[in-house]
Design a protein around this ligand. Sequence first.
Ligand SMILES: CC(C)(COP(=O)(O)OP(=O)(O)OC[C@H]1O[C@@H](n2cnc3c(N)ncnc32)[C@H](O)[C@@H]1OP(=O)(O)O)[C@@H](O)C(=O)NCCC(=O)NCCS
Length: 281
Amino acid sequence: MAFEIRAMTRDEAKLAWDMGAREGWNPGRHDWELVPAIDPQGCFVGVLDGKLVSSLVAVHYQGKYGFLGMYIVVPGYRGRGYGLAVWKHGIDYLTREVGVECIGLDGVLANEAIYNKSGFHTAYRITRFSYAVDSVFKRSCPAIEERHFPDIADYDLRVFKVDRAAFLHDFIFKSEAKTAVVYQGGKLLGLAMARPCFTGYKIGPLLADDIEVARALTESLLAELLGEMTFIEVPEPNQPALRLVNELGMSRGMATNRMYTCDKYDQDTSRTYAVATRVVG
Ligand SMILES: CC(C)(COP(=O)(O)OP(=O)(O)OC[C@H]1O[C@@H](n2cnc3c(N)ncnc32)[C@H](O)[C@@H]1OP(=O)(O)O)[C@@H](O)C(=O)NCCC(=O)NCCS
């Protein structure tokens, strides 16, 4: 049997994200084309006799910080080494070819021990909350426009610690997202988007100076999502963010661990009310 690991094609990216949907991860509808654009060379598939059996996204930002996601083996092919093989390939790509300083991931809780073995330590949990929007909310914040983007990229850099402006720009403007922004006296205080997913909408990133800004942003998005199932993925160290989702009556769902190989790119969780995606940070 011939097994090879190679870069994902565009069609295979679609298949990989469909696999993610079947795992219950509920990715964004356009993630399969927006995420690989970060680093097309860092998206891998394992192919056995012409059939895609495994996937891994191992992208880098600015050659400094890598992020792993979409680590999946097709059910029926698990436990035969096709996962570990694509994983090692991705790690090799990031550490040897690109030379990143640090790698992050959002890992399912069941895999914490194996990721520990691979040199990752757990920083905190990220928990998904869901809410079938059944109340009428008021939109108090305007939508994001192109002219806001330099401020948004700057704000995100302070939170995410590495420049991901190119990805963020596409994520905001090419995902059919509802968006919201808060300014005060010409200063950006927060931003949010909700993109359509396989099921309903997912809010994130939701970045804000404080809970009042986060509430105004969230309610502005919910104002456009009446009747939709809406998800939000909250880093647990952000207590005000947990308070906000509880106040909104959202239900707690699956959790993942944010894990890093070093602390240099620890995201600022005090201003992260929701992460962008569990696949690329
Ligand atoms: C996680 C998953 C990709 C692993 O693939 P797999 O085919 O089951 O695993 P493999 O056969 O390649 O594993 C071979 C060995 O390497 C280990 N291993 C697998 N991935 C590893 C990793 N990232 N780091 C260290 N060890 C790893 C396995 O535990 C196994 O060890 P063992 O022989 O002592 O039991 C697969 O189980 C899967 O698709 N799970 C559902 C999706 C999912 O949860 N993905 C993870 C998201 S964070």
